[in-house]
Design a protein around this ligand. Structure first.
Ligand code: 6PG
Length: 209
């Protein structure tokens, strides 16, 4: 799952009829794409946002909710989450965790998850999860890395509002510059990539709005 504010509308929809009864919650396992390094009840926590708008309203077994431990030391938290992913996915023997579905948001600076412009995490090729200080955010973040995101079966970006229009045009119609526009590093090798945009966010794109 993505953090930030855009998913709130989606999580709210999923938490009520008709969708809430259409999802086999006992068969769903939720992980996060990134987390701020704050306690789970902190106002900045992606887990807290998801709990408020989704988890508190759906019958998902608590054991199926795998939050990133934002309250821990970031490097230790990343290592622990990676181990959790390896334990969860390893029985299937894949070299990388193959998520059925990864939901990503998009920052106005082109970041996604907590892959921010100019950070080494964009080019990480070995670790599945990293904990790093993001100067632009004046804080520490935990994030999945591109190899994990790009191994997914389906990756969906959601972006809404006029504030995302300029960066979407650069990402989708400009040159490939992932160190500046990290969202461009998301190119699922064997999976599907979808962009779900509202009209304001898509306003500057040449394609069909
Ligand atoms: C986070 C998110 C981040 C988010 C973008 C967009 O932890 O902030 O995971 O990648 O998706 O910053 O945020 P908004 O949806 O609030 O615009």
């Amino acid at each position: 799952l993505s953090g930030g504010k855009t998913p709130i509308a989606l999580y709210t929809l999923l938490a009520k009829a008709p969708f809430v009864s259409q999802i086999p919650w006992s068969h769903v396992h939720l992980f996060w794409g990134d987390e701020r390094c704050v306690p789970p009840d902190h106002g900045d926590s992606n887990y807290r946002m998801t709990r408020e708008f989704l988890l508190d309203h759906v019958p998902i077994p608590p054991a199926n909710v795998h939050r990133m431990p934002g309250e821990m030391d970031p490097v230790e938290a990343a290592a622990r989450y990676e181990k959790q992913l390896r334990d969860f996915f390893a029985p299937h023997g894949e070299a990388l965790p193959v998520f059925d579905f990864i939901l990503l948001g998009l920052g106005e600076d082109g970041h996604t998850a907590s892959l921010f412009p100019g950070t080494r995490a964009i080019r990480e090729s070995a670790s599945w999860v990293v904990g790093h200080h993001v100067d632009a955010q004046k804080g520490w973040r935990i994030t999945l890395t591109p190899p994990v995101i790009n191994a997914a079966r389906t990756v969906v970006f959601i972006a809404a509002g006029a504030g995302k229009a300029a960066v979407l045009k650069k990402i989708l119609e400009g040159p490939f510059r992932p160190d500046t526009l990290p969202a461009q590093i998301v190119r699922p090798a064997g999976g599907t990539l979808l962009w779900m945009l509202d009209r304001k966010a898509a306003a500057q794109l040449k394609g069909e709005a």
